[in-house]
Write a protein that binds this ligand. Sequence first.
Ligand code: IPE
Ligand code: IPE
Ligand code: MG
Length: 250
Amino acid sequence: MSSSTGTSAVPRHIAIIMDGNGRWARRRFMPRVAGHRKGVEAVRAVVKRCAERGVGYLTLFAFSSENWRRPAEEVNFLMQLFVRALEDEVVRLHENGIRLRVVGDLGRFEPRLVELIRNAEALTEGNTGLNLTIAANYGGRWDILQAVERMLKAHPERRDGFTEQELAPHLSMAYAPEPDLFIRTGGEQRISNFLLWQLAYTELYFTDSLWPEFNGAAIDEAIKSYQQRERRFGRTSEQVQSAAAAGQHA
Ligand code: IPE
Ligand code: IPE
Ligand code: MG
């Protein structure tokens, strides 16, 4: 089925900013980090539901390049939580045929964490189910910049005349189609330096739900909203509809 009209198509790629952990905890008079811990359960539920729905790629923003600005204790807690989640969850992901990748600048992570990431990626490399990507120490600007640098290295003789198609393969998520659906929980309506290049034509969905209370049913609701959109990619509505009608007869 053509993905250009939305209708009944399940998004091939969903990208999520998992926001609102701190507020979820504060509302319960708990420390912010309790919200991060609870957030891992939401990750589990959302991964499961996306796999069931046949979503091809799920990308989760876990830690931005700006999140280092948080208090050291919170940053340390998040790093430990990441280590723990990898230790506890990777075997289950693997058993479910899920392929895990981590994108971002891993240079600032402790060696133990980098090793766990590399091992998890290697273990799940051959899996053909859901492609789960965790964006960690990721920034959209960092991604574009590293892609430009790699593109220039690939064409040392060229000074100008580059195309978008020459840059795209150097982006850190070149293995995935661009996201069809972007979800941000927690009520804020901003991109916060997530996938800047790749979100150019993504359908945006914002919800006030805080990440720890997000779940499979909430994913279904977001997919339903996506299916009501008409993706025009610059064309007119009439063009999109006649192309869809022609596609159905093909
Ligand atoms: C998102 O929740 C998790 C991370 C950024 C790691 P927050 O911690 O930003 O929660 P709020 O926005 O303060 O509620
Ligand atoms: C964005 O959330 C990053 C992640 C969810 C990992 P933030 O809570 O850090 O975003 P801002 O700073 O409020 O925009
Ligand atoms: Mg936040």
